[in-house]
Design a protein. Structure first.
Length: 316
Protein backbone atom coordinates (compact mmCIF):
# COMPACT_ATOMS: atom_id res chain seq x y z
CA UNK A 1 0.00 0.00 0.00
CA UNK A 2 1.45 3.34 -1.05
CA UNK A 3 1.72 6.09 1.53
CA UNK A 4 0.65 9.74 1.17
CA UNK A 5 2.06 12.40 3.49
CA UNK A 6 -0.03 15.56 3.79
CA UNK A 7 1.95 18.39 5.41
CA UNK A 8 0.00 21.10 7.23
CA UNK A 9 1.93 24.23 8.31
CA UNK A 10 0.18 25.84 11.30
CA UNK A 11 0.53 29.18 13.02
CA UNK A 12 -2.20 30.16 15.49
CA UNK A 13 -4.83 27.99 13.78
CA UNK A 14 -6.65 26.71 16.88
CA UNK A 15 -10.02 28.09 15.73
CA UNK A 16 -10.06 26.19 12.46
CA UNK A 17 -8.14 22.97 13.26
CA UNK A 18 -11.14 20.86 14.42
CA UNK A 19 -13.06 21.61 11.21
CA UNK A 20 -9.94 21.00 9.12
CA UNK A 21 -9.22 17.66 10.80
CA UNK A 22 -12.80 16.52 10.29
CA UNK A 23 -12.67 17.43 6.59
CA UNK A 24 -9.32 15.71 6.11
CA UNK A 25 -10.33 12.50 7.87
CA UNK A 26 -13.42 12.27 5.67
CA UNK A 27 -11.22 12.48 2.58
CA UNK A 28 -8.64 10.05 3.99
CA UNK A 29 -11.32 7.49 4.79
CA UNK A 30 -12.55 7.66 1.20
CA UNK A 31 -9.05 6.85 -0.08
CA UNK A 32 -8.88 3.44 1.60
CA UNK A 33 -6.39 2.11 -0.97
CA UNK A 34 -3.69 4.45 0.38
CA UNK A 35 -1.98 4.78 3.74
CA UNK A 36 -1.96 8.36 5.02
CA UNK A 37 0.27 10.46 7.24
CA UNK A 38 -1.14 13.80 8.38
CA UNK A 39 1.89 15.83 9.43
CA UNK A 40 1.16 19.07 11.29
CA UNK A 41 4.05 21.54 11.65
CA UNK A 42 3.39 23.99 14.48
CA UNK A 43 5.37 27.11 13.65
CA UNK A 44 5.67 28.53 17.16
CA UNK A 45 1.96 29.18 17.64
CA UNK A 46 0.96 31.24 20.68
CA UNK A 47 -2.52 29.78 21.00
CA UNK A 48 -3.64 26.19 21.69
CA UNK A 49 -2.66 24.86 18.26
CA UNK A 50 -0.11 22.40 19.66
CA UNK A 51 -2.40 20.95 22.34
CA UNK A 52 -5.17 20.43 19.76
CA UNK A 53 -2.79 18.63 17.41
CA UNK A 54 -1.51 16.49 20.27
CA UNK A 55 -5.10 15.48 21.02
CA UNK A 56 -5.51 14.45 17.37
CA UNK A 57 -2.34 12.36 17.61
CA UNK A 58 -3.52 10.57 20.76
CA UNK A 59 -6.63 9.22 19.06
CA UNK A 60 -5.31 8.89 15.50
CA UNK A 61 -2.01 7.15 14.75
CA UNK A 62 -1.97 8.74 11.30
CA UNK A 63 -1.38 12.16 12.87
CA UNK A 64 2.24 13.25 13.29
CA UNK A 65 3.43 16.64 14.49
CA UNK A 66 6.51 18.81 14.71
CA UNK A 67 6.53 21.83 17.00
CA UNK A 68 9.18 24.54 16.61
CA UNK A 69 10.89 26.26 19.52
CA UNK A 70 9.64 29.60 18.12
CA UNK A 71 8.14 31.07 14.97
CA UNK A 72 10.52 30.41 12.04
CA UNK A 73 8.06 31.16 9.23
CA UNK A 74 6.04 29.10 6.77
CA UNK A 75 9.03 28.39 4.54
CA UNK A 76 10.82 26.67 7.43
CA UNK A 77 7.63 24.78 8.33
CA UNK A 78 7.28 23.48 4.77
CA UNK A 79 10.93 22.42 4.73
CA UNK A 80 10.58 20.59 8.05
CA UNK A 81 7.54 18.76 6.75
CA UNK A 82 9.39 17.57 3.66
CA UNK A 83 12.41 16.48 5.70
CA UNK A 84 10.31 14.43 8.11
CA UNK A 85 7.55 13.02 5.91
CA UNK A 86 7.81 9.32 5.02
CA UNK A 87 5.26 8.92 2.21
CA UNK A 88 5.73 7.76 -1.37
CA UNK A 89 3.84 10.94 -2.19
CA UNK A 90 3.93 14.17 -0.22
CA UNK A 91 2.20 17.50 -0.43
CA UNK A 92 1.01 20.64 1.31
CA UNK A 93 -2.36 21.99 2.33
CA UNK A 94 -3.25 25.03 4.44
CA UNK A 95 -5.13 24.48 7.69
CA UNK A 96 -7.53 27.37 7.10
CA UNK A 97 -9.63 25.37 4.57
CA UNK A 98 -8.96 27.89 1.81
CA UNK A 99 -7.53 24.87 0.02
CA UNK A 100 -10.16 22.28 -0.88
CA UNK A 101 -9.40 18.82 0.62
CA UNK A 102 -11.96 17.40 -1.84
CA UNK A 103 -9.34 17.72 -4.61
CA UNK A 104 -6.84 15.42 -2.90
CA UNK A 105 -8.16 12.11 -4.35
CA UNK A 106 -7.93 13.49 -7.89
CA UNK A 107 -4.46 14.88 -7.21
CA UNK A 108 -3.23 11.52 -5.90
CA UNK A 109 -4.65 9.79 -8.96
CA UNK A 110 -2.74 12.20 -11.22
CA UNK A 111 0.66 11.33 -9.71
CA UNK A 112 -0.01 7.64 -9.08
CA UNK A 113 -1.92 6.58 -12.19
CA UNK A 114 -1.66 9.28 -14.86
CA UNK A 115 2.11 9.61 -15.01
CA UNK A 116 2.46 13.12 -13.61
CA UNK A 117 5.21 14.01 -11.12
CA UNK A 118 3.27 16.84 -9.48
CA UNK A 119 -0.42 17.62 -9.07
CA UNK A 120 -0.82 21.26 -8.12
CA UNK A 121 -3.63 23.77 -7.77
CA UNK A 122 -3.80 27.02 -9.66
CA UNK A 123 -5.93 29.88 -8.39
CA UNK A 124 -8.43 31.12 -10.98
CA UNK A 125 -9.61 34.20 -9.06
CA UNK A 126 -8.81 36.39 -6.07
CA UNK A 127 -12.31 36.63 -4.67
CA UNK A 128 -12.34 37.82 -1.07
CA UNK A 129 -8.83 39.30 -1.20
CA UNK A 130 -8.21 43.01 -0.66
CA UNK A 131 -7.66 45.08 -3.81
CA UNK A 132 -4.30 46.39 -2.69
CA UNK A 133 -3.03 42.88 -1.92
CA UNK A 134 -4.25 41.63 -5.31
CA UNK A 135 -2.61 44.59 -7.05
CA UNK A 136 0.74 44.07 -5.29
CA UNK A 137 0.64 40.33 -5.95
CA UNK A 138 -0.08 40.77 -9.66
CA UNK A 139 2.66 43.38 -9.91
CA UNK A 140 5.19 41.11 -8.22
CA UNK A 141 4.61 38.23 -10.65
CA UNK A 142 4.85 40.56 -13.65
CA UNK A 143 8.17 41.93 -12.41
CA UNK A 144 9.78 38.62 -11.43
CA UNK A 145 8.70 36.85 -14.63
CA UNK A 146 10.13 39.69 -16.71
CA UNK A 147 13.55 39.71 -15.04
CA UNK A 148 13.97 36.08 -13.92
CA UNK A 149 14.87 33.04 -15.99
CA UNK A 150 12.56 30.92 -13.82
CA UNK A 151 8.90 31.44 -14.73
CA UNK A 152 6.55 31.44 -11.74
CA UNK A 153 2.86 31.09 -12.53
CA UNK A 154 0.83 33.85 -10.87
CA UNK A 155 -1.96 31.49 -9.84
CA UNK A 156 0.26 28.64 -8.60
CA UNK A 157 -0.45 27.57 -5.02
CA UNK A 158 1.47 25.60 -2.41
CA UNK A 159 -1.45 23.15 -2.39
CA UNK A 160 -0.01 20.14 -4.23
CA UNK A 161 0.90 16.45 -4.15
CA UNK A 162 4.35 15.33 -5.35
CA UNK A 163 6.22 12.12 -5.99
CA UNK A 164 9.13 11.25 -3.72
CA UNK A 165 11.60 12.08 -6.51
CA UNK A 166 10.30 15.67 -6.56
CA UNK A 167 10.57 15.91 -2.78
CA UNK A 168 14.20 14.78 -2.93
CA UNK A 169 14.93 17.33 -5.66
CA UNK A 170 13.51 20.12 -3.47
CA UNK A 171 15.49 18.93 -0.45
CA UNK A 172 18.68 18.99 -2.52
CA UNK A 173 18.45 22.80 -2.50
CA UNK A 174 19.99 23.78 0.86
CA UNK A 175 19.62 27.58 0.83
CA UNK A 176 18.49 29.31 4.02
CA UNK A 177 16.52 32.12 2.36
CA UNK A 178 13.88 29.91 0.81
CA UNK A 179 11.22 30.95 -1.68
CA UNK A 180 9.31 27.71 -2.17
CA UNK A 181 7.16 28.88 -5.08
CA UNK A 182 10.37 29.64 -6.94
CA UNK A 183 11.84 26.28 -5.93
CA UNK A 184 8.75 24.47 -7.25
CA UNK A 185 9.19 26.19 -10.61
CA UNK A 186 12.96 25.77 -10.71
CA UNK A 187 12.98 21.99 -10.17
CA UNK A 188 10.40 21.60 -12.94
CA UNK A 189 8.91 18.10 -13.44
CA UNK A 190 5.72 17.15 -15.25
CA UNK A 191 2.85 18.97 -13.52
CA UNK A 192 -0.91 18.61 -13.81
CA UNK A 193 -2.73 21.80 -12.85
CA UNK A 194 -6.09 21.82 -11.11
CA UNK A 195 -8.16 25.03 -11.27
CA UNK A 196 -9.04 26.21 -7.79
CA UNK A 197 -11.41 29.01 -6.79
CA UNK A 198 -10.38 31.26 -3.94
CA UNK A 199 -12.19 30.49 -0.69
CA UNK A 200 -12.70 32.41 2.52
CA UNK A 201 -10.99 31.18 5.66
CA UNK A 202 -13.19 28.86 7.68
CA UNK A 203 -12.15 30.70 10.86
CA UNK A 204 -9.45 33.00 12.22
CA UNK A 205 -7.56 35.70 10.35
CA UNK A 206 -4.82 35.62 7.71
CA UNK A 207 -1.22 35.71 8.94
CA UNK A 208 0.04 37.40 5.77
CA UNK A 209 0.27 41.15 6.33
CA UNK A 210 1.36 43.59 3.59
CA UNK A 211 4.77 43.84 5.28
CA UNK A 212 5.26 40.06 5.23
CA UNK A 213 4.12 39.85 1.62
CA UNK A 214 6.60 42.55 0.61
CA UNK A 215 9.42 40.74 2.40
CA UNK A 216 8.36 37.50 0.69
CA UNK A 217 8.40 39.27 -2.68
CA UNK A 218 11.90 40.66 -2.08
CA UNK A 219 13.15 37.19 -1.12
CA UNK A 220 11.65 35.80 -4.32
CA UNK A 221 13.17 38.44 -6.59
CA UNK A 222 16.62 38.30 -5.01
CA UNK A 223 16.56 34.51 -4.78
CA UNK A 224 15.71 33.89 -8.42
CA UNK A 225 17.25 36.65 -10.50
CA UNK A 226 20.55 38.51 -10.69
CA UNK A 227 19.00 41.33 -12.72
CA UNK A 228 18.94 43.85 -9.82
CA UNK A 229 22.73 43.51 -9.59
CA UNK A 230 22.93 44.87 -13.13
CA UNK A 231 21.07 48.05 -12.17
CA UNK A 232 24.28 49.77 -10.87
CA UNK A 233 25.86 49.19 -14.30
CA UNK A 234 22.85 50.67 -16.09
CA UNK A 235 22.70 53.58 -13.65
CA UNK A 236 26.41 54.22 -14.13
CA UNK A 237 26.11 54.26 -17.91
CA UNK A 238 23.04 56.52 -17.74
CA UNK A 239 24.78 58.84 -15.30
CA UNK A 240 27.84 59.11 -17.56
CA UNK A 241 25.71 59.82 -20.64
CA UNK A 242 23.64 62.45 -18.83
CA UNK A 243 26.78 63.97 -17.33
CA UNK A 244 28.42 64.17 -20.73
CA UNK A 245 25.33 65.79 -22.31
CA UNK A 246 24.96 68.15 -19.36
CA UNK A 247 28.62 69.14 -19.48
CA UNK A 248 28.46 69.68 -23.23
CA UNK A 249 25.35 71.86 -22.88
CA UNK A 250 27.09 73.97 -20.21
CA UNK A 251 30.07 74.52 -22.52
CA UNK A 252 27.76 75.52 -25.38
CA UNK A 253 25.83 77.97 -23.19
CA UNK A 254 29.04 79.46 -21.89
CA UNK A 255 30.29 79.91 -25.44
CA UNK A 256 27.03 81.60 -26.51
CA UNK A 257 26.27 83.77 -23.46
CA UNK A 258 29.67 84.11 -21.93
CA UNK A 259 29.89 85.24 -18.31
CA UNK A 260 26.20 86.21 -18.20
CA UNK A 261 25.23 82.55 -18.06
CA UNK A 262 24.68 81.28 -14.49
CA UNK A 263 22.97 78.02 -13.55
CA UNK A 264 22.65 78.68 -9.86
CA UNK A 265 22.77 76.35 -6.85
CA UNK A 266 19.53 74.58 -7.76
CA UNK A 267 21.05 72.88 -10.78
CA UNK A 268 24.04 71.73 -8.75
CA UNK A 269 21.80 70.46 -5.95
CA UNK A 270 19.60 68.58 -8.45
CA UNK A 271 22.63 66.91 -9.98
CA UNK A 272 23.97 65.91 -6.55
CA UNK A 273 20.63 64.46 -5.49
CA UNK A 274 20.25 62.55 -8.76
CA UNK A 275 23.70 61.00 -8.64
CA UNK A 276 23.53 60.45 -4.88
CA UNK A 277 20.18 58.72 -5.22
CA UNK A 278 21.55 56.39 -7.88
CA UNK A 279 24.55 55.55 -5.72
CA UNK A 280 22.40 54.80 -2.67
CA UNK A 281 20.04 52.66 -4.76
CA UNK A 282 22.94 50.63 -6.12
CA UNK A 283 24.48 50.21 -2.68
CA UNK A 284 21.11 49.10 -1.30
CA UNK A 285 20.65 46.45 -4.00
CA UNK A 286 24.16 45.10 -3.48
CA UNK A 287 23.50 45.12 0.28
CA UNK A 288 20.41 42.94 -0.10
CA UNK A 289 22.44 40.28 -1.91
CA UNK A 290 25.32 40.57 0.57
CA UNK A 291 22.89 40.16 3.49
CA UNK A 292 21.68 36.88 2.03
CA UNK A 293 25.23 35.69 1.45
CA UNK A 294 25.92 36.52 5.10
CA UNK A 295 22.91 34.44 6.17
CA UNK A 296 24.00 31.47 4.07
CA UNK A 297 27.59 31.62 5.34
CA UNK A 298 26.46 31.54 8.98
CA UNK A 299 24.77 28.20 8.18
CA UNK A 300 22.43 28.36 11.16
CA UNK A 301 19.67 25.76 11.53
CA UNK A 302 16.61 26.68 9.46
CA UNK A 303 14.41 25.67 12.37
CA UNK A 304 14.66 24.12 15.85
CA UNK A 305 12.29 21.42 17.06
CA UNK A 306 10.94 21.65 20.59
CA UNK A 307 8.61 18.64 20.43
CA UNK A 308 7.65 15.95 17.93
CA UNK A 309 6.25 12.45 17.65
CA UNK A 310 8.05 11.79 14.36
CA UNK A 311 10.59 8.98 14.44
CA UNK A 312 12.93 10.86 12.14
CA UNK A 313 13.87 13.89 14.23
CA UNK A 314 16.17 16.06 12.15
CA UNK A 315 17.33 19.56 12.92
CA UNK A 316 18.29 21.48 9.80
Amino acid sequence: MKKVSVIVPCYNESEVLPAFYESMTDIINKCAEYEFELLFVNDGSRDSTLSIVEDFAKKDSRVKFISFSRNFGKEAAMLAGLEHCTGDFAGFIDADLQHSPDLIPEMIKAVDEEGYDVAACKRVDREGESKIKSFLSAGFYKVINRISETYIDEGAQDFRIMKRSVVEAILSMPESNRFTKGIFSWVGFNTKWFPHENRERAAGTTKWSIRKLLKYAIDGIIGYTMTPLKIPTYCGILSLVLGFIYGLSVLVMLAVKGHTFYLGDRAVLTAVLLVGGMILLCIGIAGEYMARIYTEVKNRPKYLIAKTNCEKNKIK
